[in-house]
Design a protein around this ligand. Structure first.
Ligand SMILES: Cc1cc2nc3c(=O)[nH]c(=O)nc-3n(C[C@H](O)[C@H](O)[C@H](O)COP(=O)(O)OP(=O)(O)OC[C@H]3O[C@@H](n4cnc5c(N)ncnc54)[C@H](O)[C@@H]3O)c2cc1C
Length: 370
């Protein structure tokens, strides 16, 4: 059996890993580079229980446990896996009140830490780009192949998918095809009955803070120009600290390589960081970046086989939890493709046809006009 996975983000690479462990021949077709998009530029924060009571509960719990398992089996130090204490608080950059509650020494006096919202038992982190590349490498050691090319369509025999078309006209034959192109999965709605997947832009900074910042994540509320921002701060074991928290309204560019940060959003995030932490105020910034997270209309991931089309699968729309949920999504996809059912999680809440499919002709016109 040969499976072609379209997209080399965390979801595609994790699916490649779990399929290759089952001795399935896998080709990952990636347009730009492994983890070039959100999977290389996101926070990498993992929470076991924060999806409880939501459709993603089982997926998140299973995936949190699989992250620990992968780290133990494959050497998670290589991708910065570690358990964390996680705090919530609020900042008032104008009134420098004395810190109350918890003592989080690397945050400024203007930040009040009110709550411990996660412990090393239920919150953790990875460096998402290193995790994604490690999954692809592990898949390659089991025989998977990475092909750098742009997917432009699918080869079909009536209602059966037989391969993937790439730029230049070549077709890579496949017994099954997985669409895992993050927000660009929407393009596959020109070829398959798929619901809309949107891209929401987020900006982030990476600081060189050294190793003195402990394994403590912080989720803050920060009043700024009449709105409340929600920055998330993740010190990493490699001596960097990642901060995100400013979203943008810009449309998704067709080419993942064309995603650029907006200067004003980056400047605003820099000011925020300098206010909430003296460590960040004095640390060099090593990355100013933006990426788009994939999200379906109802905010729930889209995972499963595509009804009415044989050999076609999709795994996308993971929104703010794509790194957390990558291993369990990959495991479930591998089971679904090889055994026709996922045994560890119920994929019912994620059925692609719970949402109406896009009109391919309209989408084609919109893409041609873009
Ligand atoms: C600011 C921010 C912070 C985040 N923080 C966290 C966090 O702390 N924890 C967490 O769990 N999640 C977090 N997320 C969410 C997470 O990053 C995403 O859900 C996840 O990375 C999506 O992975 P993916 O593989 O579906 O898509 P992507 O990472 O977007 O990968 C899709 C891949 O498909 C490729 N592609 C596109 N078109 C084509 C084509 N035509 N042919 C071939 N390849 C193609 C792209 O080049 C890309 O590599 C965050 C997201 C953002 C924006």
């Amino acid at each position: 059996m040969h499976v072609v996975i379209c997209g080399g983000g965390a979801i595609g690479a994790s699916t490649a890993y779990y399929l290759s462990r089952r001795d399935v021949a896998v080709t990952v077709v990636e347009r730009t580079g492994i983890a070039c998009a959100a999977s290389g530029k996101s926070g990498g924060f993992l929470a076991r229980q924060w999806s409880d009571g939501l459709p993603g509960e089982e997926l998140a719990r299973r995936s949190f446990d699989l992250h620990a398992e992968l780290a133990a089996e494959l050497g998670g130090d290589a991708w910065g896996y570690r358990r964390l204490t996680t705090y919530a608080g609020h900042a008032d950059p104008w009134e420098h009140s004395h810190r109350k509650g918890y003592d989080v020494a690397w945050l400024s006096d203007g930040v009040t830490v009110t709550q411990e919202i996660g412990s090393p038992g239920n919150t953790a982190q990875v460096h998402p780009g290193l995790y994604t590349r490690a999954m692809m490498q592990a898949a390659e050691t089991h025989g998977a192949v990475l092909r750098l090319a742009r997917v432009t369509g699918l080869a079909r025999d009536r209602n059966r998918v037989t391969g993937v078309q790439i730029e230049g006209g070549d077709v890579i034959q496949a017994d099954a095809v997985v669409i895992a192109m993050g927000p660009w999965s929407i393009l596959a709605a020109m070829w398959l009955p798929l619901p809309a997947i949107f891209g929401l832009k987020g900006h982030s900074l990476v600081f060189d803070t050294g190793t003195s910042v402990p394994a403590e994540a912080a989720f803050l509320e920060y009043p700024d120009s009449g709105e409340t921002l929600s920055p998330e701060l993740f010190p990493r074991p490699d001596g960097t600290t990642y901060v995100c928290g400013i979203s943008g309204e810009e449309p998704l560019p067709l080419d993942p390589a064309a995603v650029m940060p907006d200067e004003k959003s980056i400047a605003r995030l820099e000011r925020l960081c300098a206010n909430v932490s003296p460590v960040l105020a004095s640390a060099p910034i090593v990355a100013r970046q933006a990426c788009f997270r994939p999200i379906a209309r109802d905010g729930v991931p889209v995972i499963g086989d595509i009804p009415g089309v044989e050999n076609a699968y999709v795994a996308t729309g993971h929104s703010v939890w794509g790194i957390l949920n990558a291993p369990a999504t990959g495991e479930a996809m591998a089971e679904l493709i090889t055994e026709n059912r996922a045994s560890r999680i119920d994929l019912e809440p994620f059925r692609p046809n719970r949402l109406p499919p896009l009109d391919p002709a309209r989408l084609r016109r919109a893409v041609q006009g873009a």
